[in-house]
Design a protein around this ligand. Structure first.
Ligand code: B3K
Ligand code: ZN
Length: 878
């Protein structure tokens, strides 16, 4: 497989004036007729052939302006069709046949639970018909669908329904017209036996929009939350961004077999059922919150992605980074902003930073790819969103909104680049973002080091700031980034002090400042700084960087208790706990005795008993840093030592604070009806955090064990029940087995709940966890063809159970290699995602890294690798 390069971009030589599609649906033999009007663009050579992408279909006929073409008139290649002699303007009709039933890659047109659905992003449309399948070719679509009425009573496509009628032989037809120009990746078709929940939304200009959520009949009672989320998202987008919905109807369809979370097809979003279906008995608080955010995300794409789309796939972050930023702001407004921000950063620090320091590290705007599907990454999505957030920080909210307005005014209806976006931000605000653009082109996580010097006599505080960025594949040297560094100075009682920056005009005396760090080394000097002030830096995580600073443990404890920036309070707790844990990891490796510092336990107790703070924030602060976060900070990762150190702390804290945990657990006990409000969610989080620590004492402590069993059997919502089950599943005894069996017996007909059951067992601390995982793979609860099942069993084990996956004998690596090899032939996207943990081999000790590398080499030696897996494996071995 050959890479594609950003520098090779050339516009498509033809315009497509319209596209009419006709589908005759049959599970094994679907006929697709496509009629497109092409027009050669001005100044394009008349010799320039027409090139169409296409794959995995049988060409039945081809005609130009009504005249059938013969094999002499075109070349049919693996990657598509080439027509050498075409006029300047013409209509091309292509008839092809495809086999959706056999499509297990879940790309293009396929069947899920017997219903037809599509997934075209990034390059799935070429599996449906021959067409210039690239985002900068935008046209108007009409879609006619014919299918058996009994089996497929619902026939949907993008846009507005313009015709509907019955045909002979029990078939029926619908015709859809999408008035908006769109690229092929936003095309969608759904046909099946579905029920629909309806609602309506009146837009800000008074238009009535029909809202529909389509699901299988058995799920009819699980759509309320998604519908509510949709209405909230529509209203929020009008208020915050002034974006109004533009079609007469907006449809969401939930399907069980889906490679990702959801897809923003124009007017017809297709969702992984995981992000639509929820009832308190079947879904957790996090599921409810994720549904709100994903429904929002896909809806928000209507403006950022659909109306204004990407010129080419290197620009993916144009729509994804921006839309993630928008969904983050939406969730922040609907719930607790501080909690949301902490959760985002936690994921960024543990997963995106890891990606950015590994063999797949790439800029937010990559320069090349072998398979674009491998670039739907944390970097493009989450780091991309951080770039948008930094622009908002640098421009201020008003400047940023002016930028958004200019962007839309300039580019509505176009396919553009991230550079066009930055230019709009610049032009609207007058802020120079030239250096800022490096964030798009340079990979790697910048490291900021700050040295603070206090001169008591002069009352001056100097911050000596240096930045650097480690080399990444293909980028040995980096230029300095433009980094917004939000800061405050806190007085001894925690109050922010007025800031007086030497040699600066304006803004003097503010309580918070955003410093623009642009040079490799830069000094900032503050005057009138009293004794005992503490610096609060990188507030609200103002840039996606690693900050190192000479902060003492006492200062961290101070920030943890007093910082008025909630994010930084949490960050201080993580730095404190992280530092302690890393010391313990070191002691474990040296075989030294482990002791927990009393000051840590005391700080922990103070937070635990704090009744003022949002319980979600407390739960976040009291959670031990993630294993992946600790791993990321180690030169050589030792998963066993990380596990041992964390378990030691968990146990030690539980021993010393048992009564406090019990008190808080009881205080947060479930009362009243289930609600997904920040308060109620926070109570459950704090309660289950307490239970999680207490569980370190069980099953030896029978009182605690009974408490867990009690929560499992009497819990009235999935949040509480699954939290308890997760703790039981860490052990192998009669009670645990009974709990797992009961749970399965209750929920075996509900695939989403079965996924939780699988995930809980894949995450178990049991030493024979892998054996259990392999056993479960042989049961009806599992299905290798269903991505959700694969993710919850194989994915969770390999990415969420570090200590068992990294068993020193290499059994985890061998297991993953076998599964990847099995999945790759039918679903390359899933195989390529699954293999990622093996790519981190250089970070482990010699034994582990040799075994991981060997597993990759064995995969590489296979004769047939998909382009997806080939790219991951070869980059991993580079
Ligand atoms: N745009 C889709 C992702 C498509 C992934 C293709 N491999 C979902 C989203 O980000 O909204
Ligand atoms: Zn998206």
């Amino acid at each position: 497989p050959q890479p594609t390069y950003l520098k090779d971009y050339v516009p498509y030589p033809f315009e497509v004036e319209r596209l009419d599609l006709e589908f005759d649906l049959e599970p094994h033999h679907t006929r697709v007729l496509s009629r497109a009007r092409y027009k050669r663009k001005e100044h394009v050579d008349v010799e320039e052939p027409l090139r169409l992408n296409g794959a995995g279909q049988t060409l039945l006929s081809l005609s130009l302006d009504g005249t059938p073409l013969t094999a002499l008139d075109y070349r049919c290649q693996d990657s598509g069709l080439v027509l050498p002699n075409v006029p300047n303007a013409f209509e091309l009709t292509v008839v092809t046949e495809i086999d959706p039933e056999a499509n297990k890659a879940l790309e293009g047109l396929y069947l899920s639970s017997g219903n037809f659905c599509t997934q075209c992003e990034a390059q799935g449309f070429r599996r449906i018909t021959y067409f210039p399948d690239r985002p900068d070719v935008m046209t108007r679509y009409t879609t006619t669908i014919r299918a058996d009425k009994q089996r497929f009573p619902v026939l949907l496509s993008n846009g507005n329904l313009v015709e509907q009628c019955d045909l002979d032989d029990g078939r029926h037809l619908t015709r859809w017209e999408d008035p908006f120009f769109k690229p092929s990746y936003l095309f969608a078709l759904v046909a099946g036996d579905l029920v629909c929940q309806e609602d309506a939304f009146t837009t800000m200009s008074g238009r009535e929009v029909l809202l529909q959520i389509y699901v299988e009949a058995r799920n009819a009672d699980k759509c309320d939350h998604a519908m509510l989320s949709l209405k909230k998202a529509m209203a929020w987008d009008e208020q915050r961004f002034g974006f109004e919905y533009d079609l007469d109807r907006f449809m969401i369809v939930a399907v069980d077999d889906f490679n990702m979370g959801a897809m923003e097809n124009k007017g017809l979003n297709v969702f992984n059922s995981k992000y639509v279906l929820a009832r308190p008995e079947t879904a957790t608080d996090d599921d409810f919150l994720n549904i709100e955010s994903v429904v929002g995300h896909e809806y928000f794409h209507n403006w950022t992605g659909n109306r204004i789309t990407c010129r080419d796939w290197f620009q993916l972050s144009l729509k994804e980074g921006l839309t993630v930023f928008r969904d983050q702001e939406f969730s922040a407004d609907m719930n607790s902003a501080a909690v949301k921000r902490i959760e985002e950063v936690r994921i960024l620090q543990s997963h995106q930073f890891a990606e950015d320091s590994g063999p797949m590290a790439h800029p937010v705007r990559p320069e090349s790819y072998v398979e674009i599907n491998n670039f739907y990454t944390m970097t493009v999505y989450s780091k991309g969103a951080e770039l948008i957030r930094m622009m908002q920080t640098l421009l201020g909210r008003d400047g940023f909104m002016a930028g958004i307005r200019l962007y839309v005014q300039r580019h509505d209806g176009q396919a553009v680049t991230t550079d066009d976006f930055v230019a709009a931000m610049e032009d609207a605000s007058g802020v120079d973002l030239d250096q800022f653009r490096r964030w798009y082109s340079q990979a790697g996580t910048p490291v900021i080091h700050v040295e603070q010097h206090y001169d008591g006599e002069r009352q001056q505080l100097t911050l000596d700031v240096t930045q650097s960025c480690p080399a990444t594949p293909g980028q040995p040297d980096k230029q300095p980034f433009h980094i917004p560094l939000r800061l405050a100075l806190l007085g001894p009682d925690g109050t922010p002090q007025p800031l007086h920056l030497v040699n600066e005009s304006g803004q003097q005396g503010a309580e918070e400042l955003v410093l623009s760090v642009t040079a490799a080394r830069q000094k900032f000097c503050f005057e009138q700084v009293g004794e005992g002030c503490v610096v609060s830096l990188l507030r609200d995580f103002s840039a996606p960087v690693k900050l190192t600073m000479n902060t003492s443990r006492d200062e961290l404890a101070f920030l943890m208790a007093h910082d008025n920036d909630a994010f930084n309070r949490w960050n201080a707790s993580q730095r404190l706990a992280g530092g302690l844990l890393l010391d313990l990891v070191d002691r474990v490796r040296k075989g030294q005795k482990l002791i927990l510092e009393p000051m840590f336990v005391e700080a922990f107790r103070t937070s635990l008993l704090d009744e003022q703070t949002d319980p979600s924030l407390l739960a976040l602060a009291l959670a031990l840093p993630l294993e992946s976060f600790l791993a990321e900070q180690m030169e050589e990762i030792d998963p066993q030592a990380i596990f041992t150190a964390r378990e030691f702390v968990r146990h030690e804290v539980a021993v010393q604070l048992k009564d406090d945990f019990l008190t808080v657990y009881r205080r947060c006990a479930d009362s009243g009806p289930y609600e997904v409000t920040p308060q109620a969610v926070g109570q459950r989080r704090l309660k289950n955090l307490c239970l999680g620590y207490l569980a370190a004492l069980a099953p030896q402590d029978n009182m605690i064990w009974q408490m867990i069993l009690e929560q499992f059997s009497t819990g009235r919502n999935m949040t509480d029940v699954s939290a308890a089950l997760g703790l039981l599943a860490d052990h192998d005894n009669r009670d645990s087995r009974h709990a797992l069996d009961t749970f399965y017996a209750t929920w075996k007909e509900d695939p989403l709940v079965v996924e939780k059951w699988l995930g809980i067992q894949a995450r178990s601390r049991r030493e024979d966890c892998l054996e259990q995982v392999e056993r479960l793979m042989g049961t009806p609860a599992f299905n290798l063809h269903n991505p959700n099942k694969v993710r919850s069993l194989i994915g969770v084990f390999c990415q969420g159970n570090s200590v068992r996956f990294h068993a020193a004998d290499g059994s985890g690596y061998d297991f993953l290699r076998r599964q990847v090899a099995l999945i790759d032939p039918f679903n390359p996207q899933i195989a390529a995602r699954l293999v990622a943990p093996l790519l981190r081999w250089p970070r482990y000790d010699d034994t582990r890294s040799a075994l991981m590398k060997q597993a990759l080499e064995q995969l590489q030696a296979k004769t047939t690798l998909s382009a997806d897996l080939y790219e991951m494996v070869s980059k991993g071995l580079d």
